[in-house]
Design a binder for this molecule. Structure first.
Ligand code: F6P
Length: 359
């Protein structure tokens, strides 16, 4: 077979480990050829491809990012172009089909989140033979137990929280740490538990600023003059809205969140009179060397995707259904957001050890 592979959407640790596994499995097990497609679907729109051989993937396992490049702007079904000074969206999916054929591909492995896999599913309907691999640091896809990149992101936030603790304690401050995750609180709650956060705010549980202040007073009464608050970027005050940082029109996920951490810090400062500082961890969470867990999961996904390509399981994506990696139809996997369950083990455990959700 000639197998194309691309990475779409926001990057995350472990993408290179998947690419490596795809190439190694394809070449060692099946004597296939692999074609790397640059910068997500942009590479199939502009025909930017190259031969991916064993040499190209040698030594890339520990590297963050993706050697293929990625893009979360180039949707072939709504490709943004400027015509006469105006931004217009054009369907260029037939160009993608032409370039798939031009490259003599028998199958395309698409590594991406919900937006990227949605495009992959639509391209399947146009005749492309596609296998999806789910990725996102947010862990918000319900079709799979977990996505690679999430564990590494949690580790990054946990390290940051360990460092924030010492300076919070030295200065008797309230330290607010804003983390990613879009509309799911997985990064916030998991890293908050691992990093000993005292208050964790997640989109699934709207918060009241007065309740957060109460927790800070209770800690003070116990002689703890500092507090670490972990805030998911999608957290909302009761009856309020998400804090939107910018709208990216060309993206399939247009809304970019950000700013809720600073808002919480300012309000807490004015209510409690304590000094509050905000740290926004931002894209640090998307970088770095993948954890052992993510390397193993990424390798299992990559190897399994090539296996399913040879089985002819097209328009499917691989998923972790512990302990197995299975292939499920993309149609059933898409648009099923996984949010933190209110009665689930993470929330219950956090409450048991005295963590407040500001509710
Ligand atoms: O979905 C991954 C993610 O990192 C989110 O956690 C975050 O909200 C978003 O992507 C940031 O996107 P961008 O890289 O376009 O700023």
């Amino acid at each position: 077979m000639r197998i194309g592979v691309l990475t779409g959407g926001g990057d995350c640790p472990g993408l290179n480990a998947v690419i490596r596994a795809v190439v190694k499995t394809a070449i060692h097990q099946y004597n296939d050829e692999v074609v790397g497609i640059k910068d997500g679907f942009s590479g199939l729109i502009h025909n930017h491809t190259f031969a991916l051989d064993l040499d190209k993937v040698s030594g890339i396992m520990p590297r963050g990012g993706t050697i293929l490049g990625s893009s979360n702007r180039d949707n072939p079904f709504a490709f943004s172009q400027t015509v006469d000074g105006k931004r217009v969206e054009k369907d260029v999916s037939s160009v993608v089909v032409d370039n798939y054929n031009l490259n003599k591909l028998d199958c395309l492995i698409v590594i991406g989140g919900d937006g990227t896999l949605d495009i992959a599913h639509k391209l399947s309907a146009k005749g492309l033979k596609i296998i999806g691999i789910p990725k996102t640091i947010d862990n918000d896809l319900s079709a799979t137990d977990t996505t690679f990149g999430h564990d590494t992101a949690i580790g990054t936030v946990m390290d940051a929280l360990d460092k924030i603790h010492t300076t919070a304690e030295s200065h008797h401050r309230v330290m607010v740490v804003e983390v990613m995750g879009r509309d799911a609180g997985w990064i916030s709650i998991a890293a908050g538990i691992a990093g000993g956060g005292h208050i964790i705010l997640i989109p699934e549980i709207p918060f009241e600023i007065g309740k957060i202040a109460e927790t800070i007073y209770q800690r003070k009464a116990r002689g703890k003059h500092f507090t670490v608050v972990v805030v998911a970027e999608g957290a909302t005050p009761k009856g309020g809205d998400r804090t939107i940082k910018r709208i990216v029109e060309e993206s399939s996920e247009k809304v970019r969140l950000g700013g809720v951490g600073e808002m919480v810090a300012r309000e807490l400062e004015s209510i409690t009179g304590l000094e509050a500082r905000t740290t926004v961890l931002g894209h640090i969470q998307r970088g770095g060397s993948p954890s052992a867990f993510d390397r193993i999961l990424a390798t299992r996904y990559g190897a399994s995707a090539v296996f399913h390509a040879h089985e002819g399981d097209y328009d499917h994506m691989v998923a972790l259904r512990t302990p197995e990696i299975v292939a499920i139809p993309l149609e059933k996997a898409l648009h099923q957001m996984k949010r933190v369950p209110l009665e689930g083990s993470h929330v219950v455990t956090a409450r048991r050890v005295g963590i407040s959700f500001g509710d």
